[in-house]
Write a protein that binds this ligand. Structure first.
Ligand SMILES: [Zn+2]
Ligand SMILES: [Zn+2]
Length: 318
């Protein structure tokens, strides 16, 4: 897989603090996160900032994907940990993911696992120096959520603005764009289109297609199998699609099985979708494993799909 980067997840295991005069505790540290860059340096890249789900897997941040075009980044979803994963990519050479510079995000739907990083995205880069407002696109309800986040952190905003903290710019402001399917954004780098998907009881849930000068990228968000993904991809370069383990579903309680079938896409169903969507590269993310392995989920897809497919991991560059 020439485009596949190896994700190395960094975490720190700190020994408990010691009393005076005792031998200092031993500190064990894992290697720093590394991002392998894929040449050409300024082509369109897809960087998986988070491949997780609501399940708190320490190796998988909440769902967030960055489409990077030259020096600009376009985020899809803001799961927990998004700013720190962006910082990891930036420290490893992806300038566009300098947290201070990211000002655009596209939300697929308002489930908590896809938006828990929204306050982080609003406030953390502001505190370290972002002085421009953000533009955030997403389904109806996004304005309400944004207003409530700003309100919830009002004391923090007041203290930072009225105290002696040097940075008093208005970099936490958000221009919210509540969208409906169709072309929703265009600039010199990219054209972004939203398409409706079917995600359980959600009235508004979207996937996104990005068209740049050199690539087309489709991101499913959370969805059960839908024709709109096939239509949106239609031979696209990269299809990033959610998936759950077909074998793992059988171990779930009956009521949860019904929920997952209505809200998500099994590995077998995804193979059928991919056979018709014909992406040049299929990337699995938001994987609901339920105790199954990466290899078994890949095998389930490959048993019915012969195209190129990778199991996405945090900080993969594709
Ligand atoms: Zn989700
Ligand atoms: Zn969801």
């Amino acid at each position: 897989m020439k485009c596949r980067a190896i994700a190395v997840i960094a975490f720190f295991l700190l020994a408990p603090s010691s009393c005076k005069n005792e031998t200092p505790p031993e500190i064990t540290r894992a290697p720093r996160a590394e991002v392998a860059l894929d040449p050409p340096a300024f082509g369109t890249r897809v960087i998986l900032l988070g491949t997780g789900t609501p399940n708190p897997d320490p190796d998988c941040s909440g769902p967030a994907v960055a489409v990077v075009v030259g020096k600009e980044a376009y985020l899809v979803d803001l799961g927990a940990g998004v700013v720190r994963r962006a910082a990891a990519a930036y420290l490893n050479g992806v300038d566009a993911l300098n947290p201070e510079r990211i000002t655009r995000a596209f939300i697929t739907h308002l489930h908590s696992d896809h938006t828990l990083g929204y306050p982080d995205f609003i406030f953390t880069p502001w505190v370290i120096g972002r002085d421009r407002p953000m533009d955030v696109y997403g389904p109806p309800g996004l304005q309400h959520m944004t207003d409530k986040i700003i309100e919830a952190w009002k004391l923090d905003i007041n203290v930072r603005e009225e105290g002696n903290q040097p940075n008093r710019l208005q970099g936490y402001n958000v221009n919210v764009h509540e969208i409906s399917p169709g072309e929703i954004y265009r600039d010199g780098n990219v054209r972004v289109s939203a398409f409706a998907v079917r995600h359980g009881a959600w009235k508004h849930a979207y996937g996104y297609r990005f068209d740049t000068s050199d690539r087309s990228v489709v991101i499913s968000g959370d969805t059960s199998p839908v024709e709109s993904v096939v239509t949106a991809c239609n031979g696209c370069d990269v299809l990033v699609h959610e998936v759950y383990s077909t074998a793992g579903l059988n171990a779930r309680p009956i009521d949860w099985q019904a929920y997952h079938k209505a809200a998500h896409t099994s590995s077998v169903e995804l193979a059928k979708i991919a056979n018709r969507a014909k992406p040049k590269l299929l990337v699995l993310y938001h994987q609901l494993k339920w105790g199954m392995t990466e290899e078994s989920i890949l095998a389930e897809v490959r048993s019915r799909y012969n195209g190129e497919v990778v199991y996405g991991r945090d900080l993969d560059v594709l």
